[in-house]
Design a protein around this ligand. Structure first.
Ligand code: F6R
Length: 616
């Protein structure tokens, strides 16, 4: 949801900002802009459209001199994508340029307040209010010790909502200011150059030394260093961290799209997530304090997340209920936060988020904590807000996920769910030792099973996609864990190929959706769950009788039976029941990718979407 960068150093700012924005484009891509400070004041260049449009206007940054600047790539919330609504937003008198990620919820009230005082607005954005307020207060602060910092405080005292702000001021040509609340922002520390960015990928090629701002903390960047202040403008020390991520991990590395690269990285990502947590056949979750007594004290588990991460929760319900016989509720975060859930200290709330910044998920976490529940998060981005605010965090070691459509995050989140469930089983001793050992062994083998499945899938699925990429609608059906996998397979297809698709449980079809089945409609039936295989075959017969063409996804041991009932088949390695979605999703990620590629869609940046949804 918008990416921001800022730079002060000895190089020309515009090319550095454009490079950083290139890494953040996954956060939003309907317009982009930069503001640079030079001898003749603040200069802003911005445009509707992809970053490439801005690069073209600026000839890769060469035509905008200056060594201090801020940049933005936008995912529109207030005001349609247009040149005037693009960031940076500049104040009426031209003193401040501002880039913003987040939403100023009370912007209309503030805007009307300023309008009554003669301030003229040009855009429909909430961000312009920040720029105008800065100028309004700054012009009244006089010659105080630091009138810009004072104005920033006056603004943050008044705005409601979420923000990560990069600010430059015409009267302070040697400074970049930044402040955040509920939207991500890091400060990067280099050698006679310093940065701000929405996430580390934007600055990874230039520095690994970062500081994270907490809510309402302010950073002031100069060439030789950065100083930090709390919300009341008292100076504070910020600990420095070193980012371990590999620079190459944030590059395409020879693949045409990040999505395909990330699909192919899944075996390695699974290995990194699983193997450090299994030692001598026992699961060790050293990163979280969850003793046997703690687990015994849990009476109910909630799993809360959005989108693909929510679909992990759908699988988790089956896994936890089967292994632990504990009641599990799985909730979409945007519903959970408003439905007044009943929680207490015996409730464990597991929060799942790749980015660790999703606004609804963060709000759900805060609601759970407010009601006294224990919270545990599964997060990919180290040091993100959800990771920091949870009682315990388990990181998925998937590395940076850049493609908007989540693939390796899903797989590693699933692995983390299996690890937590089996860890609880192990600590409680509720399964025979051999049975548990069998599951742990299967979990250790998951990366190589995934590698085999992807290897076999590529050609076969590409061929199959070539037959159906022109379809108007597709349906996914499954039962039990296969239904949970259907939800994710359907989302993957629709979000990147724009083909209408739905996921239904096999048993629910005849209660309505079957009326949509007609001659030639493609139904993808996931039938890996052996206990309900025959029931699925009956559902397949029902749709075939109405003209559907069926691709069956089954396990290798059921290949011949599947072939008797379906038009096309793809078989995945057999793993324990609750781990089956880790296999069945792989050919269906490939399917979504190939269909979108054949349709010529923008795979890594599908329309209307953004990677990290930091607004409600
Ligand atoms: C879909 C996708 C989204 C995210 C959702 C939650 O491919 O990536 O549905 O899963 O926006 O994001 P996180 O996991 O970052 O909280």
């Amino acid at each position: 949801m918008c990416g921001i960068v800022g730079y002060i150093g000895e190089e020309q700012a515009a090319p550095v900002l454009l490079e950083g924005l290139g890494k953040l484009e996954y956060r939003g891509y309907d317009s982009a802009g930069v503001a640079v400070h030079n001898d003749s004041g603040l200069h802003v260049v911005k445009s509707k459209g992809r970053l490439a449009v801005l690069e073209e206007i600026l000839h890769k940054g060469e035509t905008l001199p200056g060594t201090v600047g801020i940049g933005h790539t936008r995912w529109a919330t207030h005001g349609a994508p247009s040149d005037v609504n693009s960031h940076p937003q500049v104040s009426d008198g031209g003193t401040f340029a501002v880039v913003h990620n987040g939403i100023i919820e009370n912007y209309l009230y503030l805007k009307n307040h300023l309008k009554r005082r003669g301030v003229e607005f040009v855009s429909d954005t909430d961000t312009e209010v920040v720029a105008q307020m800065l100028e309004y207060y700054y012009s009244r602060n006089g010659e105080g010790p630091d009138p810009v910092l004072a104005a920033i405080k006056q603004v943050t005292d008044r705005v409601e909502g979420s923000y990560a702000l990069g600010i430059i001021c015409a009267d302070c040509p040697e400074k970049v200011f930044a402040v955040r609340k509920d939207s991500p922002l890091i400060v990067g520390l280099g050698d006679r150059e310093n940065f701000i960015a929405s996430d580390v990928t934007a600055i990874l090629s230039r520095t690994r030394r970062i500081c994270r701002l907490k809510d309402r903390e302010i950073a002031v960047l100069e060439r030789d260093g950065a100083s930090f202040f709390d919300g009341d403008l008292y100076p504070i020390e910020k600990p420095e961290e070193t980012v371990e991520w590999d620079v190459a991990a944030a590059e395409k590395g020879g693949y045409e799209h990040f999505m395909m690269k990330e699909i192919c990285e899944q075996p390695e990502a699974l290995r990194k997530t699983i193997s450090p947590r299994i030692r001598e056949g026992r699961i060790q979750l050293d990163d979280i304090p969850l003793s046997r007594e703690d687990i015994q004290g849990i009476s109910r588990i909630f799993i809360v997340a959005c989108g693909t991460s929510y679909h992990v929760g759908a699988v988790a319900k089956y896994a936890f209920e089967k292994l632990l016989r504990l009641p599990i509720e799985v909730d979409v975060a945007s519903e959970f936060r408003y439905r007044d859930p009943i929680l207490d200290e015996k409730t464990l709330v597991i929060i799942i988020s790749q980015s660790g910044e999703t606004a609804d998920t963060l709000a759900a976490l805060r609601e759970a904590k407010r009601q006294g529940a224990r919270t545990l998060s599964i997060v990919n981005v180290v040091g993100s807000t959800i990771a920091n605010e949870s009682d315990g965090v388990l990181y998925t070691w998937a590395g940076p996920e850049i493609a908007v459509a989540s693939t390796k995050a899903y797989s590693t989140q699933l692995a983390m769910i299996y690890l937590i469930a089996l860890y609880m089983v192990q600590e409680l001793g509720v399964l025979p030792e051999e049975e548990l050992a069998g599951y742990v062994e299967a979990l250790e083998e998951l990366p190589q099973m995934a590698a085999r499945c992807l290897e076999e899938g590529k050609e076969a699925i590409q061929y199959f996609a070539a037959q159906y990429f022109n379809a108007g609608d597709m349906y996914f059906i499954g039962r039990n864990v296969d239904y949970a996998a259907s939800l994710e397979a359907s989302l993957k297809l629709k979000e990147i190929s724009y083909i209408h698709s739905e996921a239904y449980t096999g048993g629910e079809l005849k209660h309505g959706p079957i009326s949509l089945i007609e001659d030639g409609v493609l139904v993808i039936a996931i039938c890996t769950y052996g206990k309900l295989f025959d029931k699925m075959m009956a559902n397949i017969r029902e749709v075939k009788a109405r003209g559907a063409v069926v691709l069956g996804i089954g396990t290798e041991d059921m290949r011949s039976k599947l072939a008797q009932e379906t038009d096309w088949q793809f078989c995945v390695p057999k793993v324990p029941d609750f781990m089956l979605p880790s296999m069945s999703i792989l050919p269906l990620q490939l399917f979504a990718y190939y269909v979108a590629s054949m349709k010529g869609c923008d795979i890594d940046k599908p329309r209307n979407l953004a990677k990290s949804v930091t607004v409600e």
